[in-house]
Design a protein around this ligand. Structure first.
Ligand SMILES: Cc1ncc(COP(=O)(O)O)c(C=O)c1O
Length: 364
C-alpha cells in the first residue's frame, strides 16, 4: 500500500486511485560517486524503479490521474507534451494496461535519441498521436480532438494536465515524501538534509516537499529548473503546493495544513541551458560521471542537469559531512526490447523527421 494511504487510511476511499507501481522504491547509497565528489553520505531515491514496465516519477501521478479517469468511466485520456515526453510515454503504457485509449498532442523539441524511443513506445501501446507544429495551436487542436471523440464515442476524453501536475496528480508525489520519511524513520537512510530533484511541471518537487512537511521532516529541496520560466516559477510552485495541501486536507482533516517557508526550497536556474530539452555540457558531463562511478544512466533533459547542480554545489567538499539525496526521476527499465520491432514509418508523417534528421550535437 502506498505511504499516503497507510498514514491516512480514510483517503483510500476518497481519492480516485489505481495501483500501477511498485512502492516503496528503494534508497541506495552511491558510495563511489560520493567518494568522487567528496560527499560521505550520498544516496539516491530509486523512483527509476517505480514501475515494472516503466519507472520514473510519472507512475506516482498516474495512479491518481488514471484512477480519476476510471472512476469517471472515461474511454480515453487526452494528454499533451513535447515529442519525446516521458509523461506521454508513461501515460500511453499505463492507460493501455488498464484498458483506456490514449490520445496525445505533441509539439516539437530539439531532437535526441530518447525521443525516437518514446515515440515508438507511444505507438507500440496504441497511443493516437497528433503533431502540433506550434504550441500556440495546441488548445485549438485539443478542442478539435475532444469534439471528435464525443462524436465518435459519445463522451469526451479525460483531460490529463501538463506533466500530470494538477493537485490530484501531485498527490502521488506527496506519498513519495511520506515514503521517504518512513525510510528515514526505519533507518534505511540517515536523514537527508539536502534533496536534489528536477523542476519541470513542478508536481514532483511540490508533492515531495508537502509529504515531508506533513511527516514533520525537515530537508532543504534543491530543485533544478529544466523547463522554461513560463512553465515553472516560484509563484506557481506555491499555488500548486497550497492547492494540493487543500485538496488532501479537505478529504481528511488530520492531514496537516503546511506552510511554505522561504528556506524550504531553492529553485536553481543556472543549469537549464538555452531551452527545454537542449542538452548542456555540464549535464552531459554529469551523466558520464554517474555512469562511470555507479553504472546508472541519466538523461540530458532532466536528471543530468539536476546532477550537474549537485556536482557544482559539492565543490570544495561543501557537502563533506552532509547527507545528500539525489532523487532519480528517470525510468530505468529497459524499453529497447519493446521497441525493437516497431517501425517509425508507421507513425504519423510529421514524426518521421525525428528519425530522419540528426540528433542535437551533445547527444551524438
Ligand atoms: C525524467 C523526468 N524527471 C523530472 C521531470 C519533472 O518532473 P515535474 O514535471 O513533476 O516537475 C520530468 C517531467 O517530465 C521527467 O520526465
Amino acid at each position: 500500500m502506498i505511504a499516503l494511504f497507510r498514514h491516512y487510511p480514510s483517503l483510500k476511499n476518497r481519492l480516485p486511485y489505481v495501483s500501477l507501481g511498485q512502492f516503496p522504491t528503494p534508497v541506495t547509497r552511491l558510495a563511489k560517486l560520493g567518494a568522487r565528489l567528496g560527499i560521505d553520505r550520498l544516496y539516491m531515491k530509486r523512483d527509476d524503479r517505480s514501475g515494472l514496465i516503466y519507472g520514473g516519477n510519472k507512475v506516482r501521478k498516474l495512479e491518481f490521474l488514471l484512477g480519476q479517469a476510471t472512476r469517471e468511466g472515461a474511454g480515453a485520456i487526452l494528454c499533451r507534451g513535447c515529442a519525446g515526453s516521458n509523461f506521454v510515454a508513461a501515460s500511453a503504457i499505463y492507460a493501455a494496461q488498464i484498458g483506456l485509449r490514449c490520445i496525445a498532442v505533441l509539439i516539437p523539441q530539439p531532437n535526441a535519441h530518447y525521443i525516437r524511443r518514446n515515440l515508438l513506445i507511444d505507438h507500440r501501446y496504441g497511443a493516437e498521436l497528433h503533431f502540433c507544429s506550434d504550441e500556440a495551436l495546441v488548445a485549438r487542436e485539443i478542442e478539435r480532438l475532444v469534439r471528435l471523440e464525443k462524436e465518435k464515442h459519445g463522451s469526451p476524453p479525460q483531460m490529463i494536465p501538463f506533466g500530470g501536475s494538477s493537485p490530484l496528480g501531485t498527490v502521488g508525489a506527496v506519498s513519495a515524501g511520506l515514503e521517504l520519511a518512513d525510510q528515514v524513520r526505519t533507518g534505511e537512510i540517515p536523514p537527508p538534509g539536502i534533496i536534489y530533484v528536477p523542476f519541470g511541471s513542478m508536481g514532483t518537487s511540490a508533492g515531495i516537499l508537502l509529504g515531508l512537511k506533513a511527516a514533520t521532516f525537515k530537508a532543504r529541496i534543491i530543485t533544478v529548473r529544466v523547463v522554461g520560466q513560463k512553465w515553472a516559477d516560484p509563484g506557481r510552485f506555491s499555488d500548486l503546493f497550497r492547492e494540493t495541501n487543500q485538496l488532501i486536507h479537505s478529504l481528511d482533516a488530520t492531514f496537516p495544513v503546511c506552510r511554505l517557508a522561504p528556506d524550504d526550497i531553492d529553485i536553481r536556474d543556472e543549469f537549464f541551458g538555452d531551452q527545454y530539452a537542449s542538452f548542456t555540457s555540464q549535464g552531459v558531463k554529469a551523466i558520464s560521471v554517474m555512469s562511470e562511478a555507479e553504472g546508472i544512466n541519466l538523461d540530458g533533459t532532466y536528471t543530468g542537469k539536476t546532477l550537474a547542480a549537485l556536482i557544482a554545489d559539492s565543490g570544495n567538499r561543501m557537502y563533506r559531512d552532509k547527507t545528500v539525496l539525489f532523487w532519480n526521476t528517470l525510468n530505468s527499465r529497459d524499453l529497447m526490447p519493446l521497441v525493437a520491432d516497431q517501425e517509425y514509418r508507421n507513425l504519423p508523417l510529421p514524426f518521421h523527421t525525428f528519425f530522419e534528421s540528426q540528433v542535437q550535437p551533445l547527444d551524438r
